[in-house]
Design a protein around this ligand. Structure first.
Ligand code: HEC
Length: 140
């Protein structure tokens, strides 16, 4: 049975379209921008988490340049350390954080007889990535 005329025409049109440089450009643009916008979201979310929780003690240059607690290292200062990324990956295991930070699914359950000494910070594993994405943008 011969194909109906309009189907043939449509499929020819479609094939022509696919070959057009416009589509190549559009797909390339999409592939280029998608990861970037996802990255931008991650950074913005990380900044919000840091602003809400970490600036209670740490100075973060563009959020609370005159805040923080004096004895606490600033994020800018820590970016000078060669292993800053590693430190930010595991900070919740390093004192004083275990006493106040819980990463859901990773941290051990807090003993009821030893409650957090200040308002507890609850983070998800994804939040750790968000924090890291933001800290990556902090200039040293
Ligand atoms: C209650 C205050 C407080 C809060 C809130 C806090 N920190 Fe800290 N943080 C400290 C202090 C104090 C140190 C220095 C510890 C030391 O010198 O041993 C520190 C050190 C660090 C270090 C370096 C760790 C090391 O020993 O190498 C990192 C990374 C860090 N904090 C990240 C964070 C992040 C991210 C947040 C927010 C989710 C946060 N901190 C929230 C007090 C705090």
């Amino acid at each position: 049975m011969p194909k109906r005329d309009w189907i043939t025409r449509l499929s020819t049109k479609f094939r022509q379209c696919q070959q057009s440089p416009f589509w190549h450009g559009a797909v390339a643009l999409l592939l280029f921008y998608l990861p970037q916008t996802a990255g931008a979201d991650l950074i913005a979310e990380g900044r919000a988490i840091v602003a809400e929780h970490c600036t209670r003690c740490h100075v973060v240059p563009e959020i609370n340049p005159k805040g923080g607690i004096e004895s606490t290292p600033s994020f800018k200062g820590m970016k000078h350390l060669a292993d800053w990324r590693r430190r930010f990956e595991v900070f919740f295991t390093l004192p004083p954080h275990p006493a106040l930070v819980t990463v859901v699914g990773i941290s051990e359950e807090r003993d009821k007889s030893r409650p957090a000494f200040v308002q507890e910070i609850k983070l998800s594993v994804d939040d750790l990535d968000r924090i890291l994405a933001y800290v990556d943008t902090v200039k040293n």
